[in-house]
Design a protein around this ligand. Structure first.
Ligand code: HXC
Length: 268
């Protein structure tokens, strides 16, 4: 089911055809956070490609997102593991053949579970680093020619948990710290080519897979300065801003969308 609808355009901050003629390429596009990013971009005129490992989930999400705007095209690239750069490259070639170009890249595919250090195997650590960090690198690697050609922009989906120590998240914290470093280095190196690179770091966003897993039913609202959980729409708005012409001088930064939660520190 989609989270956004036409009211994002008719009642929203951004104009309807903001991304007309543009194409966004999204890994993890069938998951909650990346999916709403896809929805927002498509509602505002872009065509999209979403990548995922699960065929049924990826296809279903693509058809639902496509239905949000008459004339929209959303390509589903399933059976694609971001740990394999050749699989992403095949998806890129298909998307360029079908949609003509890639302007924006969202590297959002992620894996997460709670595990204490003692029970976290070397292979489990490697899996999460492989999906979150190597997968992010691979995504940009595969899209590089298109990004360069179209003076595109990259958005990595990061987190805030590596700003301080979060127990049971050794693997994800390490991976996301690497993602931030990757983004900063790319911003500097690809800036002269006209390619921007930023991160978005969601806080507790209600209704997402990560939220349910990490909060486990505990009410954290009072620990958030803005006294509410984030919404997927908050993520959509920040994403659109960073890709829009309003963000053209913004690169090498992380947009935290968390109601200032991380400034409060982690509460045991
Ligand atoms: C301890 C675990 C584990 C768990 C898996 N492993 N789950 N260890 N606790 N709950 C171990 C396995 O035993 C194995 O190690 C190793 O991890 C690899 O597991 P596989 O299942 O073979 O790997 P793979 O298919 O690559 O799966 C990757 C995964 C999985 C990350 C482990 O959870 C996954 O595919 N997740 C994708 C979906 C997902 O998690 N989305 C959430 C995104 S939300 P051994 O030693 O036995 O071989 C998100 C929000 C972050 O990321 C927010 C942060 C604030």
């Amino acid at each position: 089911m989609t989270t956004l609808d036409q009211s994002f355009v008719t009642n929203g901050t951004f104009k309807a055809d903001l991304f007309k003629g543009k194409v966004v390429f999204i890994t993890g596009g069938a998951g909650t956070i990346c999916r709403v990013q896809a929805e927002a971009m498509v509602l505002l005129g872009a065509n999209a490609a979403i990548l995922g490992r699960n065929q049924e989930k990826t296809e279903k999400a693509a058809r639902e997102i496509e239905a949000l705007r008459p004339g929209a095209r959303v390509v589903a690239c399933s059976n694609c593991d971001v740990r394999e750069v050749t699989q992403i490259k095949e998806a890129v070639d298909r998307v360029v053949a079908e949609l003509g170009r890639i302007d924006f890249v969202i590297a959002g595919a992620a894996g997460n579970f709670l595990s204490d250090f003692n029970h976290l195997s070397s292979n489990a650590f490697k899996s999460v680093i492989g999906i979150d960090l190597l997968g992010s690198f691979n995504t940009v690697k595969a899209c590089y020619d298109q990004l360069k050609k179209n003076k595109g922009a990259i958005l990595f989906v990061s987190a805030t948990l590596h700003y301080y120590g979060v127990p049971f998240q050794v693997h994800v914290g390490a991976a996301k710290a690497g993602v931030d470093a990757l983004s900063n280095a790319l911003a500097v190196e690809l800036g002269p080519l006209g390619v921007r690179s930023n991160c978005i770091a969601p806080g507790a966003i209600a209704g997402t897979e990560g939220f349910d897993r990490l909060t486990r039913g505990v009410d954290l609202k009072k620990q958030i300065p803005l006294q509410r959980y984030g919404t997927t729409r908050d993520i959509a708005e920040a994403t659109v801003f960073l890709f829009s012409p309003a963000g053209t001088y913004i690169t090498g930064t992380t947009q935290v969308v968390d109601g200032a939660q991380w400034h409060m520190g982690f509460k045991y």
